[in-house]
Design a binder for this molecule. Structure first.
Ligand SMILES: Nc1ncnc2c1ncn2[C@@H]1O[C@H](COP(=O)(O)OP(=O)(O)O)[C@@H](O)[C@H]1O
Ligand SMILES: [Mg+2]
Length: 252
């Protein structure tokens, strides 16, 4: 579980899935083997990589409910070296089912044991429920995307609280990989102010790379593509390429 990264913020629409897809793509391009675990019942990482979330193949729900093993539930993508374990609305049932299982926080960790990739990225659902706790218990690192807008900081205390509780309890190895500002609009003085607050609060944990608000990033998933396939010269692409370099250097 050395290079397992949970990408989490309990708010929806802050750029978790976009971050998972695009860091995953650039890691793969850098020659790493990468497995994305789509751990959100919305299945946006799955569809964003051009896969059909309703395809009749085993997905992460079947894995965590013990119906199959992870090896049977991994799909290739259009990017060499990038693999995904898909999700769809079925996964919502797992939240309830896991609650009654033994060592309910460790179901994902157990499912991933022995799985060998250079990186495993977990796209978390927008909640702090049992699925998310499973993701945190299976991970060495937590990466938090924060939308550079008003209210962005709200909820972060609660998120860091959950991280501390997991560290003090089920997963002492969990560390903050970093916080990344997303959807940043530098014409907006509020965004600049939010960024300054993030700097004050997180110091060196804040990634230097800033992901701008960029229409090419927003449209890429509708083509089922990572930004490096959709428009590799866009500002969004450059930001995620840069962020991936930072991720590699922090992890190693
Ligand atoms: N930097 C960005 N610029 C513009 N749109 C973005 C950016 N990042 C994400 N989006 C879009 O915003 C929406 C929410 O992003 P997403 O990554 O799905 O967030 P989350 O997974 O946290 O819910 C999606 O439609 C996505 O395409
Ligand atoms: Mg998402």
């Amino acid at each position: 579980m050395r290079n397992v990264v949970a990408v989490l913020n309990q708010k929806g629409g802050v750029g978790k899935t976009t971050t998972v897809i695009n860091i995953g793509a650039y890691l793969a391009k850098a020659g790493k083997s990468v497995l994305i675990i789509d751990f959100d019942p919305q299945g946006n990482a799955t569809s964003g990589l051009g896969l059909d979330k309703h395809a009749p193949v085993a997905n992460i729900y079947e894995v965590v409910s013990g119906k199959t093993t992870i090896d049977n539930a991994i799909q290739t993508t259009t990017i060499d070296g990038l693999y995904i374990c898909m999700a769809n609305a079925n996964l919502a049932a797992a939240e309830v089912e896991l609650a009654s299982s033994n060592s309910k926080e460790f179901v994902l960790k157990k499912a991933l044991s022995g799985v060998e990739y250079d990186y495993i990225l977990i796209d978390c659902p927008p909640s702090l429920g049992l699925l998310t706790v499973n993701a945190l218990c299976a991970s060495a690192w937590l990466l938090i995307p924060v939308q550079a807008e008003y209210y962005a900081l709200e909820g972060l205390t609660q998120l860091l609280d959950v991280m501390q509780r997991v560290k003090q309890g089920p997963n002492p190895d969990l560390q903050l990989l970093g916080v990344v500002a997303t959807m940043y609009d530098n014409r907006n003085s509020l965004a600049q102010q939010v960024y300054k607050e993030l700097q004050q609060y997180f110091g060196d944990s804040l990634f230097k790379s800033i992901v701008p608000r960029n229409v090419r990033l927003a449209e890429a998933p509708s083509y089922g593509k990572a930004i490096m396939e959709h428009d590799k010269w866009s500002k969004g692409a450059k930001a995620y390429k840069q962020l991936t370099k930072e991720v590699i250097s922090r992890v190693s």
